[in-house]
Design a protein around this ligand. Structure first.
Ligand code: TRP
Length: 332
């Protein structure tokens, strides 16, 4: 097994935006250089809240195309669709038997999502974190790059792995979460106190990865700032702080360097520079996306090849787990 095995999952819902790109997708791309990288588009997680079936398939293709356009190389990583590898659901059940009900009952994300449901809070939504644990543990991954909002889910999967190992022998790897550094939290441009997100916050304040140059420029130009004039970070300057951090990430320089460069310039000039840099950053991704998204057969072929590779690894773990738990015939 590779020394470092990186695994992460991404939901095939919503239109992917700059927050997803900087907070997660960039880490996935970089992961390909640091170890064996495995990325899963989690359609089984998506259906824990209502989805239109046809729409779900569209969004899955969107997500696959975005990931490849952003730099995931199916030759250098394993990119697959969760539902193509049935081992995830089997391991989910098995891990459910070593998961404390009380722990699931304390999950913040469950509570938040449950509150948003109008008709049904599904048991699947309650079990969501167990499926997430199965995703990672099936590959004996060592490292999980995720957003800050996933800390509780990562802690839970570590507890599940430890409890499993204590009961059945050291079969599972206890993974480490890898969280983006400060500054990688991109805020809504219209409401810089809240995270950029497709579920909350204004459309005008959300920069999508696949977005026309003019729209990107207009959104940056109309970003909410403050009544001051100085381009520097500060607690009372959430909007400018966010733009400084965006520019620093896009250019790959420290935020201090951005502050130094724009010392003495007005907000207008600064915003123009951010807009130009963002357009330059996103345009190539959008162009590659357009080419990839149109060929669904090719996307499906890529996902099928990824699933085949993933299945080999997951099936091996499942054989060990089934044997240790004592289900099915004893192994020869
Ligand atoms: N719950 C994660 C999110 O909403 C997505 C996810 C599913 C995931 N399975 C995973 C992330 C496994 C990391 C590892 O972002």
């Amino acid at each position: 097994m590779a020394e470092r095995r990186i695994f992460s999952g991404i939901q095939p819902t919503g239109r992917k935006h700059l927050g997803n790109y900087i907070g997660a997708i960039r880490q996935y791309v970089e992961g390909q250089n640091r170890g064996e990288a495995i990325y899963c588009i989690v359609d089984l997680h998506a259906i824990t809240v209502p989805q239109d079936p046809a729409e779900l398939r569209e969004r899955l293709h969107d997500t696959a195309a975005i990931l490849i356009a952003a730099g995931l190389d199916p030759e250098r990583c394993i990119l697959f669709r969760q539902s193509d590898v049935v081992e995830h659901t089997e391991l989910c059940w098995l891990l459910g038997t070593v998961t404390a009900w009380g722990d699931l009952n304390r999950m913040h994300q469950f509570k938040e999502k449950a509150e948003q449901q109008r008709e049904l809070v599904s048991a699947g939504l309650f079990f969501y974190p167990v499926l997430q644990a199965a995703d990672v543990l099936a590959y004996r991954a060592t490292e999980v790059p995720v957003g800050d909002d996933q800390r509780q889910h990562i802690e839970l999967m570590r507890d599940i792995a430890e409890r499993f190992n204590a009961r059945f022998g050291e079969l599972l790897v206890v993974p480490e979460g890898r969280y983006p550094e400060v500054g990688a939290r991109i805020m809504n441009l219209q409401d810089p106190e809240t995270r950029m997100s497709t579920t909350y916050g204004s459309e005008q304040g959300t920069v999508y990865i696949v977005e026309e140059d003019d729209a990107v420029r207009a959104k940056v130009r109309s970003a909410v700032t403050d009544s001051g004039t100085e381009v520097r970070r500060g607690p009372d300057k959430a909007g400018i702080t966010n733009l400084i951090e965006i520019l620093s990430v896009v250019r790959g320089v420290a935020p201090e360097e951005v502050e130094r460069e724009f010392d003495g310039s007005g907000y207008g000039d600064f915003k123009s520079a951010v807009a130009d840099a963002l357009v330059q950053y996103l345009a190539p991704v959008r162009e590659r996306y357009a080419g990839l998204r149109g060929d669904e057969a090719a996307l499906e072929a890529t996902l099928a090849a990824g699933a085949e590779k993933a299945r080999v690894i997951a099936a091996e773990t499942l054989a060990d787990v089934r044997d240790a738990v004592g289900i099915g015939p004893a192994r020869a």
